[in-house]
Design a protein around this ligand. Structure first.
Ligand SMILES: [Zn+2]
Ligand SMILES: [Zn+2]
Ligand SMILES: [Zn+2]
Ligand SMILES: [Zn+2]
Length: 355
C-alpha cells in the first residue's frame, strides 16, 4: 500500500518536470492546437472557423485549392464554390509553411438529399441533418434509419434483397421527434410496350403434273370357252370405236329392230348386263341409245359372228384402266403466317409514356 502510493507520487513528479522543461509528448501538444469549423451546409460558398491566429487555412475542392488567412483572433473564412451534401473535404491549417493541423469537413444536407437510384436498385441512400431519423416507405413497408451523427448519411436496404421500385416515400424526423420533411419520390421505370402484328401466310399456286398411268383391275367378263375371246371387252371396244352395227341395214330392218324393243324415241332397250358394262366404262346410259344391247351381241356370236355356236361363261379377267395425265394447282407456301412483336413505345407504371 505504501509502496504503491510512492510510485504514483514519483510518476506525477516526473510529469510535472517534463511540463516545466517543455519536453511535451506530441499528443499533448496536438490537443492544444486549434482548428474548428462551423457546420458547412450544401451550397455554402464559404467555410468559417477558428484556428491559430495568422495561420493560413487551405482546402482542396476539386482540382483547386482555396485558402484564407486567419485574423488576429484566429477567425477565418475560406470562399469556396458551391458544395454538395455528402462531400468530404480536408481543411489544413498552416503556420507559415508548416502544417499546423488538419480537420475533416463534411458538407451537410440542409433538408434531404436522396442519392440517384433506379427502380432496380437494391438500396436507397442520401443525406439529411446529422442524427435525424429517416423513415423510408418502400412497397408499403416502412424502414427507419438514423442518419449518421457526423455526416448525416443514411441508407436503407429493403428486406430479402428486394428492389426499390419506382416510388418511395421519405419522412425525416428531427431529434425532437417532429416530422420536418415528408416527400414522395418517383423514378420512371419505362418498360417496352409491344403490339402484335399478324402477317398472313404468303404463297402462290403452282401447276403440278401427274403423268398418265395404267391401272390393272379385275372384272367379271363373258369369255368364250372355245376361242378365248373376251366378249365383254370386245363389246366395249365396239362402243369405244363405234364399230357396233349401224342399224337398220340390209339384213336387219326397222321392223326387226322394233321386234327387239327398239323405238324411235328411246332407241334400243337396255338390260342389267348393259348397265353393268356402261358402269365399267364410266359412260352415261342416256348416251347409249343407239348401242344395241349386249344380249344381241352375244346372240350373234359377236358382231362379226366369229363365236357363233361357241360356249362361253363368266370369268375374272385383268383389265387395264388407263388414266390420263392430269394437272392440278397446288398452293406453295413462301412464308408461313406469323405474329410479329412490334415495339410501340415505353410505359412506366405511373402511366407516363415515352416514344
Ligand atoms: Zn413513372
Ligand atoms: Zn396471329
Ligand atoms: Zn369364240
Ligand atoms: Zn394406257
Amino acid at each position: 500500500m505504501r509502496r504503491r502510493k510512492l510510485t504514483i507520487g514519483l510518476l506525477s513528479m516526473m510529469m510535472a518536470a517534463s511540463v516545466a522543461f517543455g519536453i511535451q509528448g506530441n499528443d499533448v501538444h496536438a490537443a492544444s492546437k486549434k482548428l474548428s469549423v462551423n457546420r458547412v451546409y450544401e451550397n455554402a460558398t464559404r467555410i468559417n472557423g477558428k484556428t491559430r491566429k495568422k495561420n493560413i487555412v487551405r482546402v482542396k475542392i476539386g482540382k483547386k485549392t482555396y485558402k484564407a488567412k486567419a485574423n488576429k483572433k484566429g477567425k477565418f473564412t475560406v470562399k469556396i464554390p458551391r458544395v454538395a451534401a455528402g462531400k468530404k473535404y480536408t481543411l489544413k491549417s498552416y503556420k507559415g509553411k508548416k502544417l499546423y493541423k488538419t480537420k475533416k469537413v463534411y458538407v451537410i444536407a440542409k433538408k434531404l438529399k436522396i442519392n440517384k437510384y433506379t427502380p432496380n436498385s437494391k438500396s436507397i441512400s442520401g443525406y439529411t441533418r446529422p442524427s435525424y431519423k429517416v423513415k423510408v416507405k418502400i412497397a408499403s413497408k416502412t424502414y427507419v434509419k438514423k442518419a449518421s451523427a457526423v455526416t448525416g448519411y443514411w441508407k436503407v436496404k429493403p428486406d430479402n434483397n428486394k428492389k426499390i421500385g419506382t416510388t418511395v416515400s421519405v419522412k425525416v424526423v428531427n431529434t425532437k421527434g417532429k416530422t420536418v420533411i415528408e416527400t414522395k419520390k418517383h423514378v420512371h421505370d419505362y418498360k417496352a410496350v409491344y403490339k402484335t402484328v399478324h402477317h398472313d401466310e404468303a404463297g402462290h399456286y403452282e401447276t403440278v403434273e401427274a403423268p398418265a398411268w395404267d391401272e390393272t383391275v379385275q372384272r367379271r367378263h363373258q369369255v368364250c370357252f372355245v376361242c378365248g375371246r373376251d366378249k365383254t371387252q370386245d363389246f366395249i371396244d365396239s362402243i369405244n370405236n363405234k364399230t357396233y352395227p349401224q342399224l337398220p341395214n340390209e339384213y336387219f330392218t326397222i321392223d326387226d329392230m322394233k321386234e327387239q324393243g327398239w323405238t324411235e324415241e328411246a332407241g334400243w332397250p337396255h338390260y342389267n348386263s348393259d348397265y353393268a358394262i356402261y358402269k365399267e366404262m364410266g359412260v352415261n346410259p342416256e348416251d347409249m341409245k343407239d348401242v344395241p344391247p349386249f344380249g344381241m351381241y352375244l346372240a350373234s356370236g359377236g358382231w362379226d359372228g366369229h363365236c357363233d355356236g361357241h360356249n362361253y361363261g363368266s370369268q375374272t379377267v385383268d383389265v387395264t384402266v388407263h388414266h390420263e395425265a392430269t394437272t392440278k394447282q397446288v398452293w406453295k407456301v413462301d412464308q408461313k403466317s406469323y405474329d410479329e412483336k412490334v415495339l410501340v413505345g415505353y410505359k412506366c407504371d405511373c402511366g407516363s409514356v415515352k416514344e
